[in-house]
Design a binder for this molecule. Structure first.
Ligand code: CA
Length: 231
């Protein structure tokens, strides 16, 4: 089972929120719906989504203020963000783009257009995220057909190892902490000892390095793991 791209939908109108999550899930995304800006900030701090759909008219913290905070923080400014506006909110649209929103969609919108915009933005921001296959040298992972090969040789990975490899291969040079890996593979509602990650990394290394004289997955002392080093 592949990891799906994670979308946060921040929208207080239930009907629109439902429409969005239903269609995004059908299109292969994992969706978290959030009712207001404060809830959104809490979730973003806990787990970084791959993309945010943000409604402009929200109770308490406005969409504009939320956009300002997300795009004003080094930790979150690179998260792709699409704002949803009503036609009358021309000024908000301009303000939003000035604040760093990556795209906007005017309500009422067609769901196909919205999906196309989401995919286009994700492809720009993080190309491997929507790719069917991920590869590094001779190693290839197919997300939807669920297989991993080294050259012509099929490798047999357990479900956790498959997700781990997908996660690491998405940005092979990125160094991930054990906590980031844990959140990506198991989600943050599950209690898993961080040493469990070392066990699964060990198993994955054994499978993908075995007989191929390669040394994928680097331990970075005090920081975590990356698929390959910078050198
Ligand atoms: Ca609203």
């Amino acid at each position: 089972m592949a990891i799906k791209p994670l979308v946060y939908v921040v929208e207080d109108e239930e009907a629109i929120s439902f429409l969005l999550s239903y269609n995004l899930e059908k299109a292969g995304f994992q969706v978290v719906t959030l009712q207001n800006g404060e809830e959104a900030l809490l979730h973003i701090a806990e787990k970084t989504p791959d993309i945010i759909l943000l409604d402009w008219m929200l109770p308490k913290l406005s969409g504009i203020e939320l956009c300002r905070r997300i795009k004003g923080s080094d930790k979150t400014k690179s998260i792709p963000l699409i704002m949803l506006t009503a036609r009358s909110e021309e000024q908000d649209k301009i303000l939003g783009l000035n604040l760093g929103a990556d795209d906007y969609i005017v309500k009422p919108f067609s769901i196909n257009e919205l999906l196309a915009r989401v995919k286009a933005l994700l492809r720009r921001a993080n190309p491997p995220l929507l790719a069917e296959q991920l590869s590094y040298e001779k190693l290839v992972l197919h997300k939807h057909e669920n297989w991993v090969k080294h050259g012509d040789i099929q490798l047999h990975l357990g479900p956790i190892e498959f997700k781990l490899l997908q996660f690491l291969l998405t940005k092979p040079k990125n160094v991930y902490s054990r906590e980031q890996i844990l959140n990506a593979i198991w989600g943050h509602d599950v209690f898993i000892d961080e040493r469990t990650i070392d066990v699964h990394i060990g198993r994955l290394r054994k499978i993908i390095n075995k007989d191929f004289k390669t040394h994928y997955i680097r331990t970075v002392r005090g920081r975590g793991y990356s698929f390959v080093g910078d050198e």
